[in-house]
Design a protein around this ligand. Structure first.
Ligand code: KIV
Length: 274
């Protein structure tokens, strides 16, 4: 399957390739994946970055937030994805409770992700308050992607999933945090659910790539949760979500046909048996 762009022929996407893409003005396409089969399909399309997001807690495990997923569970998902991927950069989320407030634990968590998954990088949510953890992980040579704006691991602090940084003080803190993360050495930052104008401002002020999810079009790339954009999950419909398919309906249709075929003695037919 063909995609346009001068980086299409890159054999392996690295953090340096993403930096070059920003410099050349080629948008970065990123999606989540949590298992081998989907990751293999995604990688064959030429997607630039695959995020093993802690949204696995919602879409794979059925929790109402990202908080319950454990480091071992993220390692299970991450290693399944890495086994499938040859080209895309694979980033794995550090889950809630494995990096906040204790930079040594943060480093141990990141090392486990890198060693046991074979991931290319880790992603952490937050700015100034997690800077010590970011510094320590980076000092071990592990690439770090930041995540600012709506940070789902802090949902109990926010109390709601509404758009973040609409007020000047929160917007100023976000810009300050983005600079702190860049200066620390992060290779990219995800900005989630913030005003488009602010997304554009951060993108033009920073040298590293900015990947948006509900952060407008003036960013360096976009990310969506795979199960949302494919229409496997239907209950989540924020404005930023473009649904490319209603796969849940297709699956329901196929399974209903199978049930009917079994019940009507139509399956298996003569050719489908030994
Ligand atoms: O966990 C996740 O899927 C994410 C994306 C929403 C960026 O962090």
């Amino acid at each position: 399957m063909a995609t346009s762009g001068s980086f299409r022929n890159v054999i392996k996407v690295t953090t340096h390739v993403l930096q070059e893409m920003k410099l050349k003005g080629e948008k970065i396409a990123m999606l989540t994946a949590y298992d081998y089969s989907f990751a293999r399909i995604l990688d064959s399309t030429g997607i630039d970055v695959i995020l093993v997001g802690d949204s696995a807690s919602n879409v794979m495990a059925g929790h109402s937030s990202t908080l319950p997923i454990t480091l071992n569970e993220m390692i299970y998902h991450g290693s399944s994805v890495v086994r499938a991927v040859k080209r895309a950069l694979v980033v794995v989320d550090l889950p809630f409770g494995t990096y906040q407030g204790n930079s040594k634990e943060a480093l141990n968590s990141a090392i486990r992700i890198m060693k046991e998954c074979g991931a290319d990088a880790v992603k952490l949510e937050g700015g100034k308050e997690i800077l010590e953890s970011v510094d320590r992980i980076l000092s071990a040579g592990i690439p770090v992607m930041g995540h600012l704006g709506l940070t789902p691991q802090s949902i109990h602090k926010f109390g709601t999933y509404v758009v973040r940084a609409t007020q000047p003080d929160e917007a100023a803190k976000l810009v300050e945090d983005a600079h702190l993360l860049e200066n620390a050495g992060c290779f990219a930052i995800v900005l989630e659910k913030i005003p488009a104008r602010l997304g554009g401002q951060v993108t033009s002020e920073l040298r590293i790539p900015i990947i948006g999810i509900g952060a407008g079009s003036d960013v360096d790339g976009q990310v969506l949760v795979l199960h949302d954009m494919l229409g496997i999950t239907l209950e989540f419909s924020p404005r930023f979500l473009r649904r490319y398919h209603t796969l849940s309906e297709e699956i329901r249709g196929s399974v209903t046909s199978y049930i009917n075929d079994v019940k009507n003695l139509d399956f298996p037919n003569e050719k489908e048996q030994y």
